[in-house]
Ligand binder design. Structure first.
Ligand code: HEC
Length: 101
């Protein structure tokens, strides 16, 4: 295999790891986080509070990328904090999918 090809393969493998679903134990932790930590601002049933409603219908027009970026980076100048130190990109994507259900 030549250099550039091998690099492509490594990048490909790296990507599939980055988007792999969190395992079941992690999914449980994320569900708890969503209910308690996110729920503190967005409401226990996600209908909103200090933060906006996160019901599936409210997120319908917004892309996964946009919502994942919001979760990881927070929104400057608002109460939405960045979660990058606690959540991986795969975690944030899992949360977005959970919110859409
Ligand atoms: C301290 C309060 C607070 C906490 C805790 C919080 N949020 Fe937020 N969140 C906000 C606020 C306020 C906004 C609205 C920001 C704005 O005005 O654009 C927001 C916006 C969002 C948005 C964008 C919604 C949209 O319609 O664009 C998402 C998604 C989101 N939060 C997810 C989460 C998740 C997931 C967690 C838990 C990991 C969380 N938030 C925890 C306050 C919070």
């Amino acid at each position: 295999m030549s250099g550039p090809e091998r690099l492509g393969l490594i990048l490909l493998l790296g990507c599939s790891v980055a988007v792999a679903e969190p395992d079941l134990a992690r999914q449980q932790e994320l569900s708890n986080l969503l209910k308690h930590d996110c729920g503190a601002c967005h409401g226990l049933s996600r209908k909103g509070g200090l933060g906006p409603s996160l019901l599936a219908a409210d997120l319908a027009g917004k892309s996964d990328e946009f919502l994942v970026a919001t979760i990881l980076q927070g929104r400057k100048g608002t109460a939405m904090p960045p979660w990058r130190s606690m959540l991986s990109e795969a975690d944030a994507l899992w949360l977005v999918k959970a919110l859409r259900e």
